[in-house]
Design a binder for this molecule. Structure first.
Ligand code: SF4
Ligand code: SF4
Length: 61
């Protein structure tokens, strides 16, 4: 199963991952990225990983 790691220390809360994920996995919680959707729906496109401007997201799987 896919695992998504978000480095909250790096995250700037820019919202790019929220806008990029085709299945709406992400939201912003206290101005930082958070997993709010059902991770089971992740299609492992890695768009979030490649679009995060500070490299805070790692998609494992
Ligand atoms: S794209 Fe990266 S920096 Fe921007 S909110 Fe998402 S995890 Fe944080
Ligand atoms: S890999 Fe694709 S589907 Fe999965 S969380 Fe990232 S953008 Fe969304």
């Amino acid at each position: 199963m896919v695992e998504i790691k978000i480095d909250i220390e790096k995250c700037t809360g820019c919202g790019t991952c929220v806008d990029t994920c085709p299945v709406g996995i992400y939201g912003l919680d206290n101005d930082k990225a958070a997993i709010t959707g059902n991770i089971e729906e992740c299609v492992v496109c890695r768009a979030c990983e490649s679009s995060c401007p500070v490299g805070a997201i790692e998609v494992v799987g």
